[in-house]
Design a protein around this ligand. Sequence first.
Ligand SMILES: Nc1ncnc2c1ncn2[C@@H]1O[C@H](COP(=O)(O)O)[C@@H](OP(=O)(O)O)[C@H]1O
Ligand SMILES: [Mg+2]
Ligand SMILES: [Mg+2]
Ligand SMILES: [Mg+2]
Length: 353
Amino acid sequence: MSSYAKELEIAQLAVQRAAILTKRVFHEKAKGTVSKDDKSPVTIGDFGAQALIIAALKHNFPEDEIVAEEEAAQLREDANLRSTIWDLVKGTSLSDADAEAVLGGPIKSEDDMLTFIDYGNSKGGAKGRIWAIDPIDGTKGFLRGGQYAVCLALMVDGDVKVGVLGCPNLPIDDAAPLTGGMESGQTDEGRGCLFSGVLDEGATSRPLTTGGLASSQKISMKAITDIAAASFCESVEAGHSSHGDQAEIAKKLGITNPSVRMDSQAKYASIARGAGDIYLRLPVKATYQEKIWDHAAGDLIVREAGGAVTDIHGKRLDFSIGRTLANNKGVVAAPTGAHAQVLAVVQEVLGIK
Ligand SMILES: Nc1ncnc2c1ncn2[C@@H]1O[C@H](COP(=O)(O)O)[C@@H](OP(=O)(O)O)[C@H]1O
Ligand SMILES: [Mg+2]
Ligand SMILES: [Mg+2]
Ligand SMILES: [Mg+2]
């Protein structure tokens, strides 16, 4: 029996339910995009998914703290936006009644929805049980029909114990070739994957469903025998990681395959299942602090699948100091056996050796 069996079950079902909502937004609705203070986009899907996930966590683990990306301030000022999101949230449930009951059933009122969204305001830190939520990671990918992920992780005393990634647009087949998006004309058929990891217990994938959990299989990274044949993933957005540095590193490693550009933590999931090999996220701006919800689940899933994840200085990602990874710069994720070689070239190119 897993040490975090209940947390894992709730987290997977909560992500699965939230993914139903994000898919509905994508297929049925105007996305309702609004700009945040930092000019990044947020959609009705981000708010709705965050409300549903937090409601499920509060029902099952009322004492736990939550660090989530979004906040309800804009919704409190905008009745139209608020009621659009409420319509979505109250109309989204798992089709399996038992699974829905495990999550506590529907949110009772529009006010409760706002309250749930704002429970995500914990400062984080090194003490106690804290969940990290990114209701839609890769919002820009979500908007353009590319990859995005619904992300949830549990940290205990600053260490990630459980990580779950719902990736509605990734192929179900772990062996499917690595692609960055939904190619035009493609449908949802054969897509939608739920990835999980529990510390010291491995990582799994299973199809996303609209009801209870499907059966899972173990996933593991591909061992790299010839680094020149490796494939590496990077952000689509050049503003999020340095495409130039990453291309130079790939070249120095002898990698000839073009990089696979993909939004969101789907990159972590894709290397964890062995569809890709390396994920590089090199800083564009020295001052940017990565957010814990952008990495917590993916970091654990990759490590549990046989990978190593560090920053550009070779330090493990430190989730214990608040809402950001203030002690880290960038991300270098690779199979354990190849990580040192990749990191050495990263440091050579960045001139930090
Ligand atoms: N200057 C920057 N450098 C690195 N990451 C950034 C960034 N500005 C925004 N981000 C983060 O990059 C995330 C998307 O990552 P990716 O490029 O891998 O898809 C965003 O998550 P959201 O989409 O949840 O806001 C956001 O938190
Ligand atoms: Mg965002
Ligand atoms: Mg994000
Ligand atoms: Mg987000």
